[in-house]
Design a protein around this ligand. Sequence first.
Ligand code: SF4
Ligand code: SF4
Length: 135
Amino acid sequence: MFGRGLIKGLRTTWHLGLGKAITEQYPERRPKLPPAFHGSLSLDPQKCNACGLCARACPNNVIIVDSERGEDKKRYLSAYTVKLGQCLFCGLCVESCPRGALHWLPDFELACYRFKDTEHVLYKRNPEGEVSKGA
Ligand code: SF4
Ligand code: SF4
């Protein structure tokens, strides 16, 4: 039918002006994200045993797990880095962790000016004490 697209467009404009809002007033109003939303990654260093399974499961080599042996010959996590700029947000790393140490955060404002800022240090141990940095 001639003019069908025009009528459809006008209906949308009508909704925007008077009817039920179909847009979100971001950033004044925050969107309600679904529970399974994949934002940035978060690590619980108390649960992580530096096994490296998450890094091996990652198809894009995003995760770097650094570890060292303690006096008891056990392996301890010394640093955990995620190069989020290369991440596919597939979730294979989270699924592969046998200790439930890796989680998704419900955040999405991850844009930055420099590519190197997409590298997130989720955990780093220094000589003065443990430093845990969120994504
Ligand atoms: S979500 Fe996928 S691409 Fe991103 S770090 Fe995990 S396994 Fe790698
Ligand atoms: S798979 Fe889990 S426990 Fe193993 S290094 Fe990754 S986050 Fe840590």
